[in-house]
Design a protein around this ligand. Structure first.
Ligand SMILES: Nc1ncnc2c1ncn2[C@@H]1O[C@H](COP(=O)(O)OP(=O)(O)O)[C@@H](O)[C@H]1O
Ligand SMILES: O=P(O)(O)OC[C@H](O)CO
Length: 510
């Protein structure tokens, strides 16, 4: 019997999923498990990757059960993952040496300052496409190596392995200490600050500057090829696709052509613009990143605007303030008021990423009066995601010379929020569209695996699978938009420099 599905594992910041996709791109089964996030100190954000691996196995098991499928029904496995997060583990025991330092973690702010003191934050941008910030992997990895003196020697002996979460999952899926494949793809490697964006190889100069031993590093393969065969419930199934979750979403939206744009509204928000095979370096605060590399074909690049706090702010309203019991309730609360009542909420909890790149920014709620209530706070929190996206679109237009954004393709947990999606369309003055398939990140990873294994013949077949379920059209007057954006920008100004230098240095040295 020929295979009926491709499996995708989508490991996001808050949860991990396994999805079985049919040839027409519809899901036959979706299994999802939340994982525990750890915030041991201000600015620290960690994940237990052994738990993530257990959750992954549970999701695979449940998805197969739901679809009444076995490994024989599955043509290939694709992996999509939260990027930049660092896993360092012992190749003999298979156990991480510490919890993963995740992408939102700001503990390396002191090291960022030191590195940027000589040449500024754009020092490595031509080579890597990235500004120096707490976001990328390299300094997190160095921090883990330096935390415990014996680790660096173990790394140099080849006893430790480094990976972003895709690498950790691939290694475990292919047998772990028992012959696991240690590899990554260029979409993930391009987020480390260690890969040359033009050659798609680890860069010796950067490894030297960051003090990273080469023996730790995974092999950089393409995003769509057979890396190895799975063990466990999917025994024998080829793992054939790896894409960082944001490029996976771009691919799942079938944004294959130059100028296609998508935004994912998950823990953070990530706007990607497909460039084509030329890696244009941003002059307006965006990142240049690898979008995908299909087998031997040339890599395709994207401009990316990354925002650290989007859905995470809704989680914070729920978990830290207790304003809501569940994320969807933020919409009801925000609809209890006409507008934000002059309140502006800038969630610079991890500093500000694109287009500002200010590690010294911290969150503010400004414009408070006796009139303000929790509805205004909730509304301002949602507006923060819409305005942060507006900032990214402005930078993207400036970089590309385009006058106006066409349609914005949207996905992620926050797209269920109708109020936010309408606000987004209003603030951008452009239509926003969400596809019928909500799990578009998993779809992209499945597509990468399905192309490599011949389950899908080519990009046209994938385009035919893509349908829009919902569209929001702008309703706000342009003057009103201008006024609100000006209020937002004043709020952003207030965040800058709020993390005092000694505070940054102290958290970095702990
Ligand atoms: N109805 C909603 N309104 C606003 N935010 C929501 C809603 N539903 C979920 N979220 C937010 O979306 C995020 C989860 O989206 P998801 O795409 O699964 O994220 P990730 O892939 O980063 O784990 C959470 O941060 C949650 O707070
Ligand atoms: O967990 P997500 O889906 O918000 O994505 C995380 C990003 O990959 C971080 O760069």
């Amino acid at each position: 019997m020929s295979a009926r599905f491709v499996a995708a594992i989508d490991h996001g910041t808050t949860s991990t999923r396994c999805i079985l996709l049919a040839p027409d791109g519809t899901p036959a089964a979706i299994a999802q498990r939340e994982q525990t996030m750890y915030y041991p100190r201000p600015g620290w954000v960690e994940l237990d990757m052994e738990q993530v691996w257990r959750r992954t196995q549970e999701c695979i098991h449940e998805a197969l059960n739901t679809a009444g499928a076995t490994a024989a029904d599955v043509a290939g496995i694709g992996i999509a993952n939260e990027r930049e997060s660092v896993v360092l583990w012992d190749r003999h025991t298979g156990r991480p040496v510490a919890r993963s330092i995740t992408w939102q973690d700001t503990r390396t702010a002191g090291e960022v300052d030191a590195l940027a003191a000589d040449g500024g934050i754009h020092r490595f941008q031509r080579t890597t496409g990235l500004p120096i910030s707490t976001y990328s992997s390299a300094l997190k990895l160095r921090w883990l190596l330096d935390e415990e003196p014996s680790r660096r020697a173990a790394a140099e002996r080849g006893d430790l392995l480094f990976g972003t979460p895709d690498t950790w999952l691939l290694w475990n899926l292919t047998g772990g200490p028992d012959g696991g494949v240690h590899a990554t793809d260029p979409t993930n490697a391009s987020r480390t600050l260690l890969m040359n964006l033009h050659t798609l190889e680890w860069d010796d100069d950067l490894l030297d500057v960051m003090a990273i031993p080469r023996a730790l590093l995974p092999q950089i393969r393409s995003s769509s090829e057979v890396y190895g065969a799975a063990a466990g419930d999917l025994a024998g199934v080829p793992i054939a696709g790896i894409l960082g979750d944001q490029p996976a979403s771009l691919f799942g939206h079938t944004c294959f052509d130059r100028g296609d744009v998508k935004n994912t509204y998950g823990t953070g928000a990530f706007l990607l613009f497909t460039l084509g095979t030329e890696p244009r370096i941003s002059e307006h605060g965006l990142i240049t990143t690898v979008a995908w590399k299909l087998g031997d074909a040339d890599a395709v690049y994207a401009l990316e605007g990354s925002v650290a706090m989007a859905g995470a702010l809704v989680q914070w309203l729920r978990d830290n303030l207790g304003l809501i019991d569940a994320a969807p309730e933020v919409e009801t609360l925000a609809r209890s008021v006409q507008d934000a009542g002059g309140v502006v909420f800038v969630p610079a909890f991890s500093g500000l990423f694109a287009p500002y790149w200010r590690d010294d920014a911290r969150g503010v709620i400004v414009g408070l009066t006796r009139f303000a209530n929790k509805g205004h706070i909730a509304r301002a929190a949602l507006e923060a995601t819409a305005y942060q996206t507006y900032d990214l679109v402005e930078a993207m237009l400036a970089d590309t010379g385009l006058q106006q954004l066409g349609e914005l393709r949207a996905d992620g947990g926050m797209t269920k929020n109708e109020l936010l999606m309408q606000l987004q369309s209003d603030v951008l003055g452009s239509p926003v569209a969400a596809p019928s398939m909500a799990e578009i990140t998993a779809t992209g990873a499945a597509y990468a695996a399905g192309l490599a294994t011949g389950f899908w013949a080519g990009l046209d077949e994938l385009r035919a699978n893509y349908t829009i379920a919902r569209r929001w059209a702008p309703e706000m007057h342009a003057d009103e938009r201008t006024r609100r954006v000006a209020d937002w920008r004043r709020g952003v100004d207030r965040t800058l420099g709020l993390a005092a230098p000694e505070q940054v240095a102290r958290s970095a040295s702990m």
